[in-house]
Design a protein around this ligand. Structure first.
Ligand SMILES: [Zn+2]
Length: 290
């Protein structure tokens, strides 16, 4: 009898522990770990970064496989993954090629002036052959204003897929994309396509604001460089590249004073408060890739 009572007590204790671990029925949610972007895109680090995983909808462009620089803040990584899935839903067989994001802990990364704080990602253009079939390449290919690859006349920039990608990024439910760096002639091409297919005016206006050819950097004629805003909870995140304010102040015509205030998250220091008031003008201090 005593033994049976003992086993009963053990069973009740085990059940109690199991219930406590499971939490109330129907209310358990996976805990979403926050990532922190520290510092600026061109002088910063990444804490609790999320790794971008490949799949049928997403691949790593061969030239960017070594080094596993595919870490970023959760907002960026998930937005890219969602955008690639969205494009594939609309255009079956589409595979988004990605290049570098950041290293696991951020910081300096070869061949880039930014990509340090988990908020930047290089993304290949969707390319097709002359028959409109998707093709992939192991490096980024520069595209001419006529939409044809400079190095291979059989390769075309796919307006539909690339606009679908921009749309998905700009309408992402969680991330706020602040920049899509791309050469001016492809920005023009995409905006013209968007107007042709009747994309909503508000979306086209936002795309016109966000897509830009960077200053003091390569023109980005072979890939998109996507940047997201400082994520919530990243109090040490600096929205602007370091050095951008000084350059802006030197610009003629009072660029610093004229600039519109950006929709930046709370900024903690004096310097950053000034950044907030200087607006949506991008001065990239880099001389090569962003
Ligand atoms: Zn880049």
């Amino acid at each position: 009898m005593r033994r049976r009572l003992g086993s009963l007590i053990v069973a009740i204790a085990a059940f109690t522990v199991a219930v406590a671990h499971a939490g109330p029925v129907g209310t358990t949610k996976p805990v979403r770990k926050m990532s922190k972007s520290v510092g600026a895109p061109n002088k910063g680090t990444l804490e609790g970064g999320v790794h971008l995983e490949t799949g049928p909808h997403l691949r790593v462009v061969g030239a960017y496989v070594p080094g596993d620089a595919r870490w970023g803040v959760r907002e960026l990584v998930e937005a890219i993954d969602r955008a690639a899935r969205e494009v594939r839903k609309r255009f079956p067989d589409s595979v988004l090629g990605v290049g570098h994001l950041s290293r696991k802990d951020g910081g300096e990364i070869d061949r880039h002036h930014s990509h340090e704080s988990g908020r930047d990602a290089d993304v290949a253009f969707y390319l097709v052959d002359v028959a409109g079939r998707p093709i992939v390449r192991e490096r980024f290919l520069a595209i001419l204003p006529n939409g044809i690859a400079a190095a291979d006349s059989h390769v075309r920039f796919d307006d539909g897929r690339n606009w679908a990608l921009v749309t998905a990024l700009l309408t992402d439910p969680r991330a706020r994309v602040t920049h899509v760096f791309v050469v001016s002639h492809l920005r023009t091409r995409l905006l013209a396509y968007a107007a042709r297919v009747g994309a909503p005016a508000a979306l086209r206006a936002r795309a016109a604001e966000v897509m830009m050819q960077p200053h003091h950097a390569l023109p980005h004629d072979d890939h998109f460089h996507v940047r997201v805003a400082c994520p919530p909870g990243s109090s040490e995140c600096v929205e602007w590249p370091v050095g951008s304010l000084a350059k802006l102040a030197k610009k003629p015509g009072g660029a610093l004073a004229k600039a519109k205030p950006p929709k930046a998250p709370k900024l903690p220091t004096k310097k950053l408060v000034r950044a907030r008031s200087t607006g949506h003008v991008t001065i990239e201090p880099q001389t090569n890739g962003t």
